[in-house]
Design a protein around this ligand. Structure first.
Ligand SMILES: Cc1cc2nc3c(=O)[nH]c(=O)nc-3n(C[C@H](O)[C@H](O)[C@H](O)COP(=O)(O)O)c2cc1C
Length: 135
């Protein structure tokens, strides 16, 4: 099975989760500045919301996908919204790439909120989630 992990992280919160997921599934976590280089069965895509949307870098990455992707598994950190799934799924719909119902999301520190998040327990939960997805 070909698996890829891509993420965008301004402050490092989503990067922590990306690394936990990548380690669990045995690949390298790369940022969205690195396009997919070959067909993948599962793409774990990580992002965070900034003012109720994902960064343009995430949108550019999705719009630029030129390989076959079996399914996308979204993961995100956020201060308030449940996840970033709704921000990315319309872009994937345009590419006819399915986004799995299953996703991983947790709180990420922002200003005075959620200090220390994501923490070790979030990283462990993300790794467990990823292992389940590929099993
Ligand atoms: C400029 C800015 C805008 C944000 N807007 C939102 C938002 O609309 N909804 C939300 O739930 N969190 C929002 N957050 C919180 C971030 O999504 C959260 O801290 C996330 O963990 C950041 O991930 P990162 O460290 O990987 O960039 C915002 C954070 C920043 C810095």
């Amino acid at each position: 099975m070909n698996i890829a992990v891509r993420y965008y992280s301004r402050g490092g919160n989503t990067a922590k989760i990306a690394k936990a997921i990548a380690e669990a599934v045995g690949v390298e976590a790369k940022t969205v500045s690195e396009p997919l280089s070959g067909d993948v069965d599962i793409l774990f895509l990580g992002s965070a919301p900034y003012a109720f949307d994902v960064d343009d870098e995430v949108k550019k990455f999705i719009q630029g996908i030129e390989v076959s992707v079996g399914k996308v598994v979204n993961f995100s950190t956020s201060a308030a919204v449940k996840s970033t799934r709704k921000y990315v799924e319309k872009l994937f719909a345009e590419k006819k790439i399915p986004v799995a119902e299953e996703e991983f999301s947790c709180r990420g520190a922002f200003a005075m909120l959620h200090k220390g998040k994501p923490d070790e327990s979030d990283q462990k939960a993300a790794a467990d989630f990823a292992r389940k997805v590929i099993s």
